[in-house]
Design a protein around this ligand. Structure first.
Ligand SMILES: [Cu+2]
Length: 327
């Protein structure tokens, strides 16, 4: 009887253990949730706010994440200033003080502003602004010229390759000696697009697109316009992040080039001007005949990847709306 009782006890225990053993494990979060879809943010562009108060220029810009069209039908979820790539063209005068405010609307990432145009301690005045915060920084713009600005947040390559850059023109106090002769002026920014948000591509691969003013089609579909005999001024910057530009205009020579836009850095009669990554120039030339003039980087693989614009010269400076010359 005793043995039978013990045997029954042991069997019961085994049964309990086996039931526990075979019971399915409690549901876990990782199994019950489908794979997380990364929600892309696409924030509407916010206009910059700029106003002058004597010699002080107040500039408010917004760091934001916005889809931009880099080739027809191809969008890049870009990190931007004010929802465009490049960011807004800023224009101040030599001797102005910039009172600059950066609002950071990006909920996930700090951003900052590095102006090539100013004297300032980067560790104090180009510092990160945290998500949903803002920072105001003051510095003098005491060097005339055309300068790159960009986000300087580490790793800076990511922030520039993802679209955070633009141009600031600091007009010389006494202007350029050629101001009175210039009929039309345009701003061009050369930059590269790599595989979206791919740091490995930014570091080690060729760009997929090299573009003027953010995309490879606008300045072909909507050419820059001029009239026969016009003297043209281009404010040209190359923001990289990785490549140089061999800037060239087909069908003319450059009457004058001001390297980095400083009136003292004058050169005459150039065929191309070399723009390092983070470099600029003011380029002036004359168009003597009607027709389409390709404007490009003479590093031709980059021109083929998008960095070509068309300057259309007509009798009256109006567009003919004919297809532009391919080059
Ligand atoms: Cu940034």
């Amino acid at each position: 009887m005793k043995i039978a009782k013990s045997a029954f006890f042991i069997l019961s225990c085994l049964l309990v253990i086996s039931v526990v053993w075979l019971a399915p494990p409690p549901a876990q979060d990782s199994e019950s949730e489908p794979e997380q879809e990364v929600q892309k943010i696409n924030q509407n562009p916010v206009e910059p706010v700029i106003h002058r108060d004597g010699d002080t220029v107040h500039i408010e810009m917004t760091a934001q994440v916005t889809d931009v069209e880099i080739s027809e039908g191809v969008f890049y979820n870009a990190w931007t200033f004010n929802g465009t790539v490049p960011g807004p063209v800023l224009r101040v005068k030599e001797g102005d003080t910039l009172s600059f405010t950066l609002k950071n609307m990006d909920p996930d990432m700090p951003h900052s502003m590095d102006f090539h145009a100013v004297h300032a301690a980067p560790s104090k005045k180009f510092v990160d602004v945290m998500p949903d915060e803002q920072g105001t920084f003051t510095y003098p713009a005491d060097t005339p010229g055309i300068f790159m600005y960009h986000c300087g947040t580490s790793p800076v390559l990511l922030h520039v390759a993802n679209g955070m850059y633009g141009t600031i023109i600091v007009e010389p106090k006494n202007g350029y000696p050629t101001d009175a002769e210039i009929d039309r002026e345009f701003t061009i920014v050369q930059s590269e697009w790599y595989r979206e948000h791919d740091e490995e591509a930014f570091m080690n691969e060729e760009p997929e697109y090299v573009v003027f003013n953010g995309d490879d089609f606008t300045l072909k579909n909507h050419p820059l316009l001029a009239k026969t005999g016009d003297k043209i001024r281009l404010y040209v910057s190359n923001v990289g992040p990785n490549e140089v530009s061999s800037f060239h205009v087909v069908g003319t020579t450059m009457d004058r080039v001001y390297i980095d836009g400083n009136p003292k850095n004058i050169m005459y009669g150039l065929q191309t001007v070399m723009l390092p990554a983070g470099g600029s120039a003011v380029v002036e030339f004359t168009v003597t005949e009607e027709g389409d003039y390709p404007v490009l980087t003479h590093q031709l693989k980059h021109a083929s990847k998008g960095a070509t614009a068309i300057l259309r010269v007509t009798k009256d400076g109006k567009d003919t709306h004919e297809p532009t010359m391919t080059h």
